[in-house]
Design a protein around this ligand. Structure first.
Ligand code: PLP
Length: 309
């Protein structure tokens, strides 16, 4: 299918045109959000840190007591083959999100559906990154809104697992979007400390030190980890700690990290410009440069090249 204008996905053992992938409506991933996923990205078609993403997927599966029946190496090689098959459709300036999803599947007819199913649904797919849509964020910075809805506490559902259930984050984002359509939500935990947004971790620079919420309260982002490593290499002090809205509103700089964004400066929090409004801040700029060098790719340039003329 590689010459076809339609993308290919891998579904329960087969490479298929995306339109041939039919998820049954009784799938527990659809009914209860009973599943996990992980998403890597490509840089010029090269998948970045795929092994790390797949390892996190297996930790998420372990948390949900899900067994996909494949070894991590198999999912890695399926993902690589998928990207190779879709390469003719990538476009010179484009890149992919590469996602593996595993749900508990469809319970056998007559089975007690509280118990789940032993026939998981597995899908691996590529989606073009929304580079044009997000390009203005790299020119202007991200406006963050802190919504009223609080992040699900780890005692109820650990945010460290990347599950198919994003309702809590989606509610937070709805609230932020109602205030400012382009804003990104960063939710507080029950104690009033910053956690994360629907697909991103948050960093603040306070007194020249880089600070980010503790790993127990957020998804341990692969990008978050890379940024902390790069900061340490650059001699920038890094701390995982509680950060409340006072910290956010008085920080010198801030940025969000995610697989697709890499890192992107925050322009404002709850309508207040951060750190005097100079973008990107010095620490953010140093880390952005270090990140680009580490992946040998100018991700900011790629986003900016998609700005509408
Ligand atoms: N937090 C949440 C809830 C996410 O969904 C994501 C995206 O995967 C992140 C943080 C950022 O993690 P990563 O850098 O691995 O993409």
């Amino acid at each position: 299918m590689s010459g076809s204008p339609e993308r290919t996905a891998w579904f329960n053992g087969d490479f298929l045109p995306e339109s041939a992938v039919r998820i049954p409506f009784r799938d527990r991933g659809f009914i209860h959000g009973d599943g996990v996923f992980d998403t890597a990205r490509t840089f010029r078609g090269r998948i970045h840190k795929l092994e790390e993403h797949v390892a996190r997927l297996y930790r998420s599966m372990a948390y949900l007591k899900l067994d996909c029946g494949l070894a991590p190496e198999q999912l890695i090689s399926i993902s690589r083959e998928l990207v190779a098959r879709n390469e003719p459709l990538r476009g010179a300036e484009g890149d992919w999100w590469v996602t593996q999803r595993v749900t508990r599947g469809v319970p056998a007819e007559g089975a007690d559906d509280r118990a789940g199913s032993d026939r998981p649904t597995i899908i691996v797919e590529c989606t073009p990154l929304p580079l044009a849509r997000r390009a203005p964020l790299f020119r202007d910075g991200i406006d963050v809104v802190i919504p009223w809805v609080r992040r699900t506490p780890p005692e109820s559902l650990s945010p460290r697992a990347k599950t198919q259930n994003y309702l809590n984050l989606a509610l937070g984002q709805l609230e932020a979007s109602a205030q400012a359509p382009e804003a990104w939500a960063v939710l507080l935990d029950l104690e009033g400390n910053l956690t994360e947004g629907i697909g991103c971790n948050v960093f603040l620079v306070i007194d020249g030190r880089l600070k980010t919420p503790r790993a127990q309260k957020v998804l341990p982002g692969i990008t978050r980890e890379t940024v902390m490593e790069l900061a340490a290499e650059l001699g920038i002090a890094v701390e995982e700690t509680d950060l409340d809205p006072y910290d956010a509103l008085t920080a010198e700089e801030g940025f969000l990290t995610s697989t697709s964004l890499c890192l992107c400066p925050i322009r404002s929090i709850d309508g207040r410009p951060l750190g005097g409004g100079k973008l990107p801040g010095t620490v953010t700029e140093r880390l952005t440069r270090a990140f680009s060098e580490s992946v040998q790719f100018d991700f900011v340039g790629q986003y900016l090249s998609h700005l509408a003329a």
